[in-house]
Design a protein around this ligand. Structure first.
Ligand code: IPM
Ligand code: MN
Length: 371
């Protein structure tokens, strides 16, 4: 298969993790004889530095011309610490999502046997958790009108949804539930918010077309608690933009690190794949960022084009690296591996190449520094 992929590494650790994802796609293309062609484009703080715009027209043009987009991360402390900044890196990502119509953000979550004992949560609570969050991505409070009064003393963000915006992602979520464990949980705040009541009404209506799916409703405050109390109850979680943002970060604790969670953002004409983590500026350039979320995002990209064996190869390599503790400091505090070494391991594992560094003895002896 031939695929044209736009690379938007962005800020902070973005370039480092995208480099590993490309390395892994290289191994896949070699093994399966695919041709992946890449075009780089600017987004985020780096794009502001170079062009004054977090999403230059050129980037949009490139994104509209490719089969898929692989996105790194966005954000820089110089903006985080300056609430008065008019131009912000995040605007680049939000505008990109909106312009490309990427309305459904899919965030799968599983646990890894070899990480369970390291979790802050109890083993028997999280063991075997497997759910996916369907987060609406181009509506809600993120995109409503924003106001700041002239005297700077009052501000508002409008939250609005249309039936159409709800319906299109609801259908995708029901379809996902159909091929999973047939349960869908709508998370909202229908006891307070009008938009949430519209979500309930539409989702209830749509559920009639999916009679084999069990539909449940949960208020977001309760959902935040249930995620930690009993995450195994969830199969597909459907929710609006901001609730999905917050709940997915919370859920990452179940897996063991936010550095593990990948996502796909699907639109009518294109799709973007990105780790759910941010730009982690403190780690920039240190070769310590966990590349697995970016690598697993590349696997989701392959799945999107029905390259399931290829995606499976990546997931097996990731599982192996975790099992062997060939991991960055977020998962391996005592004897950690660099971002690049994790990438090299995954590449070699996929290509089945003989190499000494993943000899279990070396790892146990703490020879990570020789890599
Ligand atoms: C995410 C991020 C973004 C969001 C930020 C960077 C704008 O947190 O993808 O989850 O809030 O959607
Ligand atoms: Mn987020």
């Amino acid at each position: 298969m031939k695929l044209k992929i736009a690379l938007l590494p962005g800020d902070g650790i973005g370039p480092e993790v995208i480099q590993q994802a490309v390395k892994i796609l290289g191994a896949i293309s070699k093994k399966y004889n695919h041709t992946f062609e890449y075009i780089n484009a600017l987004v985020g703080a780096i794009a502001i530095d170079e062009t004054g715009n977090p999403l230059p027209d050129e980037t949009l043009k490139i994104c509209a011309s490719v089969d898929a987009i692989l996105f790194g991360a966005i954000g820089d402390t110089k903006y985080d610490n300056n609430p008065s900044a008019k131009i912000r890196p995040e605007q680049g990502l939000l505008k990109l999502r909106k312009n490309l119509g990427l309305f459904a953000n899919i965030r799968p979550l599983i646990t890894y046997d070899s990480l369970i004992h390291k979790s802050n949560l109890k083993e028997d609570i999280i063991n075997g958790t497997n759910f996916v969050i369907y987060r609406e991505l181009t509506g809600g409070i993120y995109f409503g009108e924003k106001k700041l009064s002239d005297d700077g003393n009052s501000a508002s963000d409008n939250c609005s949804y249309t039936a159409e915006e709800i319906d299109r992602i609801a259908h995708l979520a029901f379809k996902a539930a159909f091929v999973r464990r047939k349960k869908l949980t709508l998370v909202d705040k229908a006891n307070v918010l009008e938009t949430s009541r519209l979500w309930r009404k539409r989702v209830l209506e749509i559920s009639k077309q999916y009679p084999t799916i069990t539909l449940e409703f949960l208020f977001v405050d309760n959902a935040a608690m249930q995620l930690i109390l009993n995450p195994k109850q969830f199969d597909v979680i459907l929710t609006e933009n901001m609730f999905g943002d917050i709940l997915s970060d919370e859920a990452s604790v179940i897996s063991g690190s936010i550095g593990l969670l990948a996502s796909a953002s699907i639109g009518k004409n294109t799709a973007l794949f990105e780790p759910i983590h941010g730009s982690y500026p403190q780690a920039k350039g240190k070769n310590i960022a966990n590349p697995l979320a970016a690598v697993l995002s590349a696997a989701m990209l392959l799945e999107h084009f029905n390259l399931y064996d290829e995606a499976e190869d990546i997931k097996s390599a990731v599982e192996k690296s975790i099992e062997l503790n060939i991991s960055t400091p977020d998962l391996n505090t005592t004897n950690h591996f660099s971002t690049t070494s994790v990438g090299n391991f995954l590449r070699d594992f996929i290509l089945d190449e003989e190499n000494t560094f993943y000899n279990k003895n070396n790892i146990d002896l703490g020879q990570s520094t020789i890599i």
